[in-house]
Design a protein around this ligand. Structure first.
Ligand code: NAD
Length: 483
């Protein structure tokens, strides 16, 4: 693997994401030689840490996340880390940061290549982007920026943020990260769809009755109540992860696997995304909040949550496209907190066919994304010793050894940033469409709130969300496959 010279600046170097995901992923890429001699990482945050202290932190996290490591390798890796105490709102601090970056660029022969990573609270993204521009932090080589989610709070704020970032970075150098796009089974959607005649040939409204996407979380809002209350399930999960999955399922076949072709196929599809009217939102969407139990708080009683909050911890809804291979096919989705289990899965439900055996179930294709990774297709056959039809699953799965080799989504995506592959990142024009959809739903809900009669289903914790979500289907023969 090529050794890529680069100085990486992480805004939020003392945070949870940096520790749990970025540092272990960087170590794995270091071990593979992608970044090796000519790289340095500057971790920034407000705390007055020293370089040495950050290096200790990095070493500790590598030991925690890796079973067996070579001590010398960890030490050598950590020696590439530098710490700069930095308040993102302080102009002077950017001047100091620039000086350090330039020194390191010389020391590590990084050829003027800079990678900025925004790993902190989203309200600071615009400020950081503006200062990068005003204080000329970009280098003379490549300049790339990774932006964490959420990218904006609605279309207007996303447009503003985009303007601030594009002042210093070209669209091709902006990596809007969505770690779902780094997941093994999400990356398996395209090969599954396009290499199997069995699947490719039935990928149309003629054969597919509906598609269902479930992103279920077991946990409640925990310590994030204050932030979550300003966001909600629609913005937190649908705007990014669920829409990415929907797009991969519904887009036309790209002409090849280049990043440009994949994004072209996505953008072609998204032009035909149907934006719901307020009446359609009322009919096709359900929002909910979890209730309490003996041992857990109801959402409205969680710390830092408004007791009259209308923020949803659950949403179910429907999307459709007017073009693409599955134009007209309803795509139902649901996501929420305090489900019975953590689970991400996609069910593709095929239409029934008339047959001489009478009532046989249709085939379903299920993609389990988390916590298991597998695809299975339900197949009908005969029962052995009695009349009737039996159903069995044909399963595509991985061995334990194979699963152990699957890199974390962050490692994959960081690799892609280093090698400049933006296939699995969100293009601005895609993000814009997602926000147009989300804004339409949020506006309809806001009007309901203002009219004083919001329909917010209250659901029991650790089950399957509100029963009202069973009524969003177009026909009485449809129902949630995963129950
Ligand atoms: P965090 O609160 O743990 O870390 C925030 C960092 O910002 C800390 O290093 C903190 O010191 C620093 N900071 C705060 N105010 C500052 C200021 N004024 N000046 C300089 N530094 C300041 O947050 P996190 O969980 O690491 O999340 C960071 C980003 O990553 C968010 O956008 C989040 O949505 C996204 N994200 C996080 C995870 C995760 O697993 N933690 C997963 C997906 C996305």
């Amino acid at each position: 693997m090529k050794n890529i010279p680069v100085i990486m600046i992480i805004f939020g170097g003392s945070g949870d994401l940096a520790h749990r995901k970025l540092y272990p992923s960087l170590f794995n890429l270091y071990e593979q030689g992608l970044i090796h001699d000519n790289f340095a990482v500057i971790g920034t945050a407000r705390r007055p840490w020293s370089h040495e202290y950050l290096r200790e932190q990095v070493s500790d996290v590598i030991h925690e996340t890796h079973d067996q490591v070579d001590e010398n390798e960890v030490k050598a890796f950590a020696s590439h880390f530098y710490y700069q105490s930095h308040d993102v709102t302080n102009v002077e601090h950017y001047v100091t940061l620039k000086k350090l970056a330039q020194e390191l660029d010389d020391r590590y022969s990084a050829q003027g290549n800079c990678l900025f990573y925004m790993a902190m609270a989203p309200r600071f993204f615009g400020t950081i982007a503006t200062h990068i521009n005003d204080q000329h932090l970009t280098g003379s080589g490549f300049n790339r920026i990774v932006v964490e989610k959420p990218f904006g709070h609605d279309l207007v704020s996303a447009e503003q943020l985009n303007k601030e970032i594009t002042a210093s970075f070209d669209e091709n150098d902006i990596f809007r990260i969505d770690h779902y796009l780094g997941k093994e089974m999400i990356q398996n959607i395209m090969p599954m769809r396009f290499t199997n005649p069995l699947i490719k040939n039935i990928w149309s409204g003629e054969y597919i009755k509906n598609i269902q996407i479930t992103l279920a979380e077991r946990l409640g809002v925990e310590a994030r109540g204050g932030y979550y209350d300003t966001s909600g399930a629609l913005r937190d999960m649908v705007q990014n992860h669920i829409f990415q999955i929907i797009t991969l399922l519904a887009m036309p076949e790209p002409k090849d696997l280049s990043s440009d072709s994949v994004h072209q196929a996505k953008q072609e599809l998204l032009k035909s995304l149907i934006i719901p009217t307020p009446e359609e939102v009322k009919k096709n969407f359900v929002r909910g909040q979890y209730l309490g139990s003996d041992t857990t708080f109801a959402y409205k009683k969680e710390p830092n949550v408004d007791p009259d909050s209308t923020t949803e911890t659950y949403v179910a809804g429907k999307t459709k496209f007017t073009s693409g291979p599955i134009a007209g096919v309803p795509i139902y989705f649901r996501t929420g907190k305090e489900f019975k289990e953590k689970k991400t899965r996609i069910d593709i439900v095929l239409k029934h066919i008339n047959n001489p055996y009478g009532q046989a179930h249709s085939n379903n294709i299920t993609i389990e994304v988390d916590p298991e990774s597998k695809i299975y297709i339900t197949i009908n056959g005969k029962k052995i010793d009695e009349p009737g039809i039996r159903r069995e699953d044909l399963t595509y799965a991985f061995s334990k050894e194979e699963m152990a080799k699957v890199p974390d989504g962050y490692e994959r995506l960081l690799h892609d940033v280093f090698v400049n592959d933006s296939t699995n990142f969100t293009h601005w024009s895609e993000l814009k469409r997602y926000w147009e959809f989300i804004d339409a739903v949020e506006d309809a809900w806001q009007k309901e709130n203002e009219a004083g009669n919001p329909e917010i289903a209250q659901y029991l914790p650790y089950r399957m969300g509100p029963k009202e979500a069973d009524n969003i289907f177009e026909s009485p023969t449809e129902h949630w496959i995963y129950e």
